[in-house]
Design a protein around this ligand. Structure first.
Ligand SMILES: C[S@@+](CC[C@H](N)C(=O)[O-])C[C@H]1O[C@@H](n2cnc3c(N)ncnc32)[C@H](O)[C@@H]1O
Length: 224
């Protein structure tokens, strides 16, 4: 009953504030048709990412975890014409669907999808001087969040924003003895940001069509 209510409220909010968008709708449809898991951010969360990127005046965005490019399209739409979004995906099938969705959204020139394991691609981004990024969205496998965050810090500017999704995990995050490597990944990340003097961070738990979860908002306050 509760989850049904959260979903209805998400629908109410989305109907009011997130108008239907042919490219975003088509991206979800194509992702479903290709059998991709239904784990993209919800529409109102996608719009939150979009608004945060605009508030940030982001010109360079990095995303870790593309799936079918639903969040990438939201973020890409926040960029100015000379902006750039690099998005990382390890699954070739997801990448193929994402590329088509990005092209359909007219973002082919702004979005650079890199196929490969993020832990292989991130050192390449450092080596090629791809940063600093104004906003980094971490939304891939959760056990590697601590490593992704270390790279994100290295690739951010002072004033950069790092957003990490799925940090509450149905409340399981408070179980210190959880055998789930995803929970332990989030917990190690939380310990890292708590002790990291170069950032100021908070986390917000959320309920909605994606259940009970949450996201971390990390402001980089000093040079890496
Ligand atoms: C939660 S989904 C991303 C959802 C997407 N950000 C959205 O909201 O539309 C996570 C994605 O990360 C990808 N992924 C998992 N492990 C990865 C890795 N080691 N490197 C790069 N991508 C990875 C998965 O294949 C999946 O497509």
């Amino acid at each position: 009953m509760t989850e049904q209510l959260w979903t209805s409220i998400d629908q109410y909010i989305t109907d009011l504030l997130v108008p239907a968008d042919p490219a975003l709708d088509a991206a979800l449809k194509a992702s479903d048709a290709a059998g991709l898991p239904k784990i993209a951010v919800a529409p109102n969360q996608g719009k939150l990412l979009h608004l945060l990127a605009r508030i940030q005046g982001a010109k360079k965005i990095l995303e870790i975890g593309t799936l079918g490019a639903y969040s990438a399209i939201w973020l890409g739409r926040a960029l100015p014409p000379d902006g750039r979004l690099i998005t990382l995906e390890s699954d070739p099938k997801h990448a193929e669907v994402a590329r088509a969705n990005i092209a359909r959204a007219g973002l082919g020139d702004l979005v650079d999808l890199r196929l490969g394991r993020a832990l292989d691609v991130l050192p390449q981004l450092v080596a090629e001087g791809a940063g600093p990024f104004d906003l980094i969205f971490i939304d891939a496998d959760k056990q590697n969040i601590p490593a992704y965050f270390t790279f994100a810090l290295q690739l951010s500017r002072r004033g950069g924003l790092i957003i990490v999704d799925n940090v509450v995990r149905n409340g399981t995050v408070i179980d210190a003895d959880s055998p789930d490597p995803n929970v332990q990944g989030v917990r190690r990340f939380n310990t890292m940001i708590a002790a990291e003097p170069r950032v100021s961070a908070t986390e917000i738990q959320t309920v909605g069509s994606k259940g009970h979860d949450g996201f971390a908002l990390v402001l980089v306050t000093a040079d890496a």
